[in-house]
Ligand binder design. Structure first.
Ligand SMILES: *[C@@H]1O[C@H](CO)[C@@H](O)[C@H](O)[C@H]1NC(C)=O
Ligand SMILES: *[C@@H]1O[C@H](CO)[C@@H](O)[C@H](O)[C@H]1NC(C)=O
Ligand SMILES: *[C@@H]1O[C@H](CO)[C@@H](O)[C@H](O)[C@H]1NC(C)=O
Ligand SMILES: *[C@@H]1O[C@H](CO)[C@@H](O)[C@H](O)[C@H]1NC(C)=O
Ligand SMILES: *[C@@H]1O[C@H](CO)[C@@H](O)[C@H](O)[C@H]1NC(C)=O
Ligand SMILES: *[C@@H]1O[C@H](CO)[C@@H](O)[C@H](O)[C@H]1NC(C)=O
Ligand SMILES: *[C@@H]1O[C@H](CO)[C@@H](O)[C@H](O)[C@H]1NC(C)=O
Ligand SMILES: *[C@@H]1O[C@H](CO)[C@@H](O)[C@H](O)[C@H]1NC(C)=O
Ligand SMILES: *[C@@H]1O[C@H](CO)[C@@H](O)[C@H](O)[C@H]1NC(C)=O
Ligand SMILES: *[C@@H]1O[C@H](CO)[C@@H](O)[C@H](O)[C@H]1NC(C)=O
Ligand SMILES: *[C@@H]1O[C@H](CO)[C@@H](O)[C@H](O)[C@H]1NC(C)=O
Length: 819
């Protein structure tokens, strides 16, 4: 009764529908343009330091599993192990969880395997230095796939699904072993305070399958103990599977270890297929699986992980990776990336288009969708129907323009992230500024989840978000000083969550020199309080005025007499008694510009430009439009930087540092004096100078893809102003762009420039139309086109012109400060 329909007998409408469907199904494979290595290399040949700190391996968008190698870099002074992969590092393991693009102390690198051709001396399975491996030849990576060859002759190929991974080892002739070291994690080589510690674990072996858990704590966020349950399986039953234990010799305060002793030898369990569990002495445990020398050369394994139980981990493994054909997992990942990420921004892909730009666009999209991690259904801490997200690492990086892009192209995931932030407040008391391993920490400046919520709110994101609760969470940040946890970064006040210097802020209206990072925190708290005023406008109108006033706090530390290289008026450290702390003060310097400095990862010069909600006051304080312009022009000049920002500005010698987030909006500030052509030109120059499609292609840590999202906005010819429903118009890199926004609407952006010249000089805007209307302002509002979609048409040419005659971009938090 059930037969295939005959196409020719179908009514015409049906045929059209079929054609449409098949066109959609025959999706373009945008993944071919992704170079997963962009950012893998820093300014020093062969080293990751100062580069993107990227993860390289198998992952799906926002995946829990980011499966890839862990390495050790021999030049320890300049080592960065954060993403696991490094250009030349020695391979210590293949592990399931990684951060992507983060600085600070490494996190994760847990649930590991290591293929070995011998486990006899000099190899000691407790000592990675006896078995770690150089790689030969070049690694290969595409979306969802990674391959490397170890010096011992083993080829490793791997891929990842959402909660599971698959790996295939091709062994040379001879012994075949896979070490499962439950105590493996990525260590910190330079900063003990934010290093991780293995706290204990368990492993049980049953034939070709093993299950257990590993618990670690620490890492950049100084996080609480974090347990990952695992369930691994080999395709063929090993000839021998032995579990082992050994004393832990890593010395760490607050837990047991065999102190001052060399790494010992493991003790194997008496019987095959037993289990081992760390006892109170935090012993290291693991297992070695061995196959006979004449077995097939290929050993395949699939592993699931769960924050809840090994049973769930097994279920993930079986459901997500049903086939032993590794490339099936790769194809599934590629399909997911194409469907859920890449196809949301479509540009012409014919020969007319510069392939470099395609690589930059789709690689950047890839890099910004590796974090945060969607752990919905996997929250071990409390029962909740809310989505669960982790690896906000850090919102300090992503609030500036990453979340605004997620808002447009990933509305569902983004709503989930906002709900998750609020749920964290409900159950743990504060929203995070950074969070990983299910634990808040650490906060670099303000409580910047406030900015994320405000940005979502002001652009109308509602869905399942409880905004009553959202505003309560923000109020907590704004009103309740977090208890001090005495972290070594700052003994004075909490860096775990909330606003550590809130006492100053509430009493004085600025952060005084009694607190560290007084400049950068005054700036960030101002923006945070503006964010409160935005949400209060809908949720608690009586609070609007209060937070608008507090949002002007930065003006209290603006000293009109502070001078620097011919410019007057800068943010200046102020004592709690109201006097300036300005002896020998140079706003172009901040010492090491870190936790204990006056400003964090940026100089007061830079932070003096970071007032998105009140550009009008800022321009006045800087001496008016002309002086503002002169000052802007200055920061782009080479060799103007007087500070070494280390890895955060490696290779950048201008004050303008596009390698770190505080300056993200600054190149676009010319829009605020109606000289948009200069914004276009300066931001193009920065992009051309510091971003490219090679391994050295980002000018600093990718920061969960924050740098990459900055570049995407640049390529789209737009820039969002955080906490405002406002976008600045710049100049697109493509002649035609279709963006799927708000789930199912299309925003089309066109440019009449010739594809060949768009990247060089033919990018100056001559005029703009939005939805067919001539547009005389260099900005527009969310409602104008970002809700239902529409078209923005750029007309461009070689000549820089002042085309905009309309109102300046708004300063909705404008307040002329009295006193
Ligand atoms: C580490 O790398 C840096 C940068 O390339 C170099 O200056 C230094 O000499 C290297 N140190 C060692 C021990 O190789
Ligand atoms: C290697 O193992 C030692 C001893 O357990 C540990 O201290 C170190 O952090 C490990 N190094 C790497 C790169 O995993
Ligand atoms: C291959 O290995 C199996 C199992 O260890 C063993 O029984 C057999 O004798 C081996 N065959 C050869 C040809 O070595
Ligand atoms: C997977 O696909 C890649 C690329 O086509 C190929 O080079 C590789 O050999 C395949 N690997 C496996 C395990 O099938
Ligand atoms: C964008 O969409 C329009 C309308 O559907 C279409 O004509 C155009 O070819 C699309 N452009 C790209 C680059 O996909
Ligand atoms: C392609 O674009 C890159 C940078 O975006 C540029 O360096 C290169 O010259 C362009 N290639 C061509 C053929 O225009
Ligand atoms: C929203 O949050 C508020 C405040 O936390 C709570 O009282 C209320 O019950 C929540 N509403 C819903 C529908 O969950
Ligand atoms: C204000 O405080 C600073 C720093 O503690 C101190 O050096 C200065 O003497 C104080 N000035 C007044 C007028 O109290
Ligand atoms: C910047 O400084 C470097 C190193 O001192 C020097 O080589 C270079 O010529 C300077 N560039 C300019 C434009 O002054
Ligand atoms: C464009 O920017 C470059 C680099 O900052 C600068 O040298 C040039 O003068 C600028 N051109 C215009 C028209 O602003
Ligand atoms: C587009 O999405 C909105 C919001 O989810 C929905 O209300 C609307 O029905 C959708 N329209 C189409 C044509 O699918």
């Amino acid at each position: 009764m059930h037969s295939l329909p005959d196409l020719f007998t179908l009514p015409l409408t049906r045929i059209c529908l079929l054609v449409l469907t098949s066109a959609a199904a025959a999706q373009v494979d945008y993944s071919q343009y992704v170079n997963p290595f962009i950012g893998g290399l820093g300014p020093f040949e062969g080293l990751a330091y100062g580069g993107g700190d990227i993860f390289v391996g198998g992952a799906v968008p926002f995946g829990v599993v980011k499966m890839g190698i862990d390495t050790f870099e021999e030049n320890v002074t300049f080592a960065t192990l954060n993403g696991g992969w490094t250009p030349k590092g020695l391979v210590t393991a293949i592990s399931m969880m990684h951060e992507h693009g983060t600085g600070g102390g490494p996190k994760y690198g847990v649930v590991a395997q290591m293929p070995l051709t011998s486990i006899d001396a000099p190899v000691n399975i407790l000592d990675n230095t006896t078995y770690w491996q150089r790689r030969v030849g070049d690694d290969a990576a595409t979306v969802g796939y990674y391959k490397t060859q170890l010096e011992n002759g083993i080829t490793v190929e791997l891929s990842g699904s959402r909660h599971a991974g698959i790996v295939q080892y091709s062994f040379p002739e001879g012994e075949k072993h896979v070490l499962v070291d439950v105590s493996h994690y990525i260590p910190s080589l330079d900063d003990g305070a934010s290093g991780q510690i293995f706290l204990g674990g368990e492993i049980k072996v049953d034939g070709a399958q093993y299950t257990g858990y590993t618990t670690t704590r620490g890492g950049f966020g100084l996080g609480a103990p974090f347990t990952v349950h695992f369930c691994g399986e080999f395709e063929s039953e090993p000839e021998q599977a032995r579990t082992f234990r050994g004393r832990n010799t890593d010395p760490n305060p607050g837990y047991h270890s065999f102190s001052g002793e060399p790494v010992g030898q493991a003790t194997f369990s008496a019987f095959d297929a037993m289990g081992e569990r760390s006892g109170p002495l935090n012993d290291r445990v693991g297992a070695v699986f061995s196959w006979s020398a004449n077995a097939s050369t290929s050993v395949r394994s699939r592993i699931g992980i769960s924050m809840i139980s090994f049973e769930k981990a097994c279920k993930f493994k079986d459901e997500e990776i049903a086939s032993w054909d590794l490339n099936k997992t790769v194809s599934a990942a590629v399909d997911e990336w194409n469907k859920d990420v890449f196809s949301r921004i479509q540009v012409p892909i014919d020969e007319s288009v510069n392939r470099t730009n395609l690589v930059l666009l789709y690689s950047s999209l890839y890099m910004m969708h590796l974090m945060p991690s969607d752990r919905t259904g996997e929250n071990p801490l409390w029962e909740s129907d809310e989505p669960c997200w982790d690896d906000f690492y850090a919102i300090w990086d992503t609030f500036r323009c990453t979340v605004s892009l997620l808002h447009l192209i990933q509305p569902e995931a983004y709503e989930g992230q906002v709900r998750s932030l609020i749920d964290i407040w409900r159950h743990e008391g504060y929203m995070p500024d950074a969070r990983s391993g299910n634990c808040n920490g650490i906060t670099q400046g303000g409580s910047n989840a406030d900015n994320v919520l405000a940005d979502a709110y002001v652009k109308g994101l509602r869905g399942g978000i409880n905004w009553t609760a959202g505003y309560q969470a923000m109020l907590k940040d704004a009103e309740v000083t977090p208890p001090n946890t005495f972290a070594l970064n700052d003994l004075k006040a909490s860096v775990k969550e909330g606003r550590g210097a809130l006492d100053d802020w509430k009493a004085l209206g600025y952060v005084s020199t009694d607190n560290t990072r007084c400049i950068s925190r005054s700036v960030e708290y101002s923006v945070n309080d503006y964010a409160l005023s935005v949400v209060a406008a809908g949720e608690a109108p009586q609070d609007v005025q209060k937070y608008r006033e507090r949002a002007a706090g930065w003006q209290r530390i603006w000293n009109p007499s502070t001078e620097s290289v011919g410019f007057k008026g800068f943010l200046t450290p102020k004592n709690s008694n109201g006097t300036w702390d300005d002896q020998d003060y140079n706003p172009a310097k901040c010492g090491v510009c870190s936790w204990g400095s006056i400003s964090y990862e940026g100089t007061p010069w830079e932070y003096s430009f970071s007032i998105p909600h009140d550009m009008e006051s800022l321009i006045q304080l800087m001496g008016g439009a002309d002086e503002f312009e002169r000052r802007l022009d200055y920061i782009f000049l080479p060799n103007t930087s007087q500070t070494d920002l280390g890895a955060n500005a490696a290779g950048i010698a201008s004050i303008m540092n596009i390698g770190n987030e505080p300056d993200f909006a600054t190149p676009y500030h010319y829009n605020y004096i109606n000289k948009q052509y200069k914004s276009v030109n300066q931001s193009r120059s920065l992009s051309n100078q510091y971003f490219d499609d090679t391994m050295r292609g980002v000018p600093g840590n990718s920061d969960s893809g924050a740098l990459n999202s900055w570049l995407i906005w640049q390529m789209l010819g737009l820039y969002p102003i955080v906490t405002q429903p406002v976008y600045l118009l710049e100049s697109p890199w493509f002649t035609d762009i279709n963006i799927t926004i708000n789930g199912n609407a299309t925003l089309r952006i066109t440019s009449d420039g010739r594809a060949e010249s768009l990247g060089h000089s033919g990018f100056y805007v001559q005029s703009v139309k939005i939805n067919g209307k001539d547009w005389n302002r260099n900005w527009f509002e969310h409602e104008d086109i970002m809700v239902h979609g529409g078209i923005i048409e750029f007309s461009v040419g070689e000549e820089p012109v002042v085309w905009e005659t309309g109102d300046l971009p708004p300063s909705p938090g404008h307040l002329k400060f009295q006193g």
